[in-house]
Design a protein around this ligand. Structure first.
Ligand code: ME8
Length: 523
């Protein structure tokens, strides 16, 4: 029985179409899910939409529509994004589902039974855009929409004074327990910067949290409390367990909870690393193992926003440059956990230099020379030189380093190690020059081509979590069967077996075409 691995993304607000940040998070989570599957884990991968709350409610009202109607339409765009970008989730959780409402009401009842909920009056600052309450001391002075100085949230979004009857969660009782959690589980929050920020925040003391609203009804009803709907984050966070069937004793719930990784963006760390574990402790539910906060993807160094008119449709980028190159770019270019930037030029430059000209070109050269000069056949008995052995070791090392790095979520480092292995291959073939050996020493030419051929399999397998379609297309051409996980790398007999099976290459087809710069997809 393989070990379970449960990974989630944040669930997106369907108040508009997906943007590049949504695509980035989905792709990163997908790379992790595919990597863990290839590493032999029994993976459950969940994503979804966060449909309640003022943000969706107000947007619908502005458009003169029903919130459910807007949520249905926009959720369909998120589902379509997943399909287009080859996101391999097992479940897409919508928070409007009746089962999700039932789960949210159950966690509420458990927190209430534990004495952590009480009715009072809330007066304070609320940001609809962040769906967050802020303490007066956290607010900053900034320029509002009309150019006048006004109070803004620490994220720079407008805040409004809110006063209403509200249920409260006794968050103040959890500061010590949370600090103990962070101390005893140093990896609970990653990366380090996010961890430090949260520890400082909790050390500063926690106030009780307003967890219901009465001014609108677009949300999960608070049990036995007419007129109250839950604060959107209470129900949103519950998606991570409602999607497994909680509160039923389902097979998924027993197998996959506690979650291995909640992947989120850095702006919502507080909800995941403070509120969520406090809610779970209160309800007597086991805590997730890790919350990882990735950075922001910026458009030429600037945050995309509708008012700046620099919002890119990630699917247009994927259509223009190809899904696999787009995925590769995001994982290779941005150090995971830090902010990063993209532009059309950067995508094209990176994909051409590394995928088309280095890896793709090497594969194409090797396969077409075997096809032309050896009738596509493989040869087992040949003399290996030190150079051949050195190349094999360099590639094995690069792939092992990629696997170690991916395990630590250091994707750009892993791909850099992979790239070094590809460079070693290109250097080897240039030095050995099989196109010259063809005339001077045909036997050695065959040995060189076989040495190269044997590197393509580990290199393609290693890239498979990132560029699944292209990697599989290449592995198909290499005659590799269905078992395409990392265990295949331990099979020392595959080459003899393949050659002995009478396998012959077909005319090879390139898997990473050279890209042309399109005009301003990302403007
Ligand atoms: O926050 N770059 O939803 P959301 C990278 N519904 N990531 C980005 C980004 C950017 N430019 N912009 C946003 C929510 N994100 C809540 C989550 S979870 C129980 C509820 C990330 O649609 C953001 O950090 O505003 C978050 O992880 C995800 O996209 C969805 O953002």
């Amino acid at each position: 029985m393989s070990e379970p691995y449960y990974i989630t993304t944040a669930i997106s607000y369907p108040n508009g179409k997906p943007h590049i940040g949504h695509a980035y998070e989905a792709i990163a989570a997908d790379v992790i899910a595919r990597f863990q599957r290839m590493s032999g884990r029994d993976v459950r991968f969940q994503t979804g939409t966060d449909e309640h709350g003022l943000k969706v409610y107000q947007k619908a009202r502005d458009l003169g529509r029903e919130p459910r109607d807007l949520a249905d339409e926009m959720t369909a765009h998120f589902v379509a994004m997943g399909e287009r970008l080859n996101i391999s989730h097992d479940r897409f959780q919508r928070t409007v589902d009746p089962d999700h409402h039932r789960a949210s009401q159950e966690i509420w009842r458990r927190m209430q039974a534990n004495g952590d909920l009480y009715l009072d009056r809330y007066e304070g600052w609320y940001s609809v855009r962040d769906e967050a309450y802020y303490d007066e001391s956290e607010l900053i002075e900034g320029e509002g929409a009309d150019g006048r100085t006004e109070k803004l949230s620490p994220q720079g979004t407008p805040v409004e004074w809110t006063a209403e009857e509200s249920w409260f969660f006794r968050l103040s009782n959890y500061a010590d327990k949370l600090l103990a959690l962070y101390r005893d589980n140093p990896d609970f929050i990653a990366p380090e910067r996010s961890r430090n920020e949260i520890v400082r925040f909790v050390e500063g003391g926690l106030k009780d949290l307003s967890v219901s609203r009465t001014s609108f009804d677009w949300g999960v009803k608070v049990p036995e409390s007419d007129g109250h709907v839950m604060y959107v984050w209470v129900d949103a966070l519950t998606n991570y367990i409602s999607g497994l069937g909680f509160p039923d004793d389902s097979e998924e719930w027993r197998k996959y909870w506690p979650c291995d990784l909640h992947l989120i963006g850095k702006d919502i760390t507080r909800f995941h690393a403070v509120y969520w574990p406090a809610f779970l402790m209160s309800a007597g539910i086991e805590l997730p193992r890790q919350v990882f906060a990735h950075g922001f993807v910026l458009n030429r160094g600037r945050k995309e926003s509708k008012s700046e008119g620099n919002v890119t449709d990630p699917l247009a980028l994927a259509d223009t440059y190809g899904v696999d190159p787009f995925r590769y770019f995001l994982m290779r270019e941005i150090a995971f956990g830090q902010d990063g930037s993209y532009s059309d030029e950067a995508i094209v430059t990176r994909a051409n230099a590394e995928l088309a000209n280095s890896f793709g070109n090497f594969a194409q050269r090797v396969l077409s020379m075997i096809f032309k000069n050896m009738d596509g056949k493989l040869l087992v008995d040949y003399q290996q030189t030190d150079d051949d052995r050195a190349l094999t070791a360099a590639v094995a090392n690069g792939v092992a380093e990629l696997r170690r790095n991916f395990d630590d979520l250091a994707f750009s480092d892993g791909l850099e190690a992979w790239m070094r292995a590809v460079f070693a291959c290109n250097q080897y073939i240039d030095e050995q020059a099989p196109w010259i050996l063809k005339k001077t020493d045909p036997e050695r030419m065959q040995a060189v081509l076989m040495t190269c051929f044997r590197q393509l399999r580990p290199l393609a397998l290693a890239l498979r979590p990132v560029t699944p379609v292209a990697a599989d297309k290449l592995l198909d051409q290499l005659g590799m069967g269905e078992a395409r996980d990392f265990a295949a790398l331990d099979d020392a007999t595959w080459f003899e077996y393949l050659a002995g099976s009478g396998f012959a290459l077909d005319k090879p087809e390139g898997v990473f075409p050279r890209l042309e710069l399109a005009t301003a997809v990302g403007e």
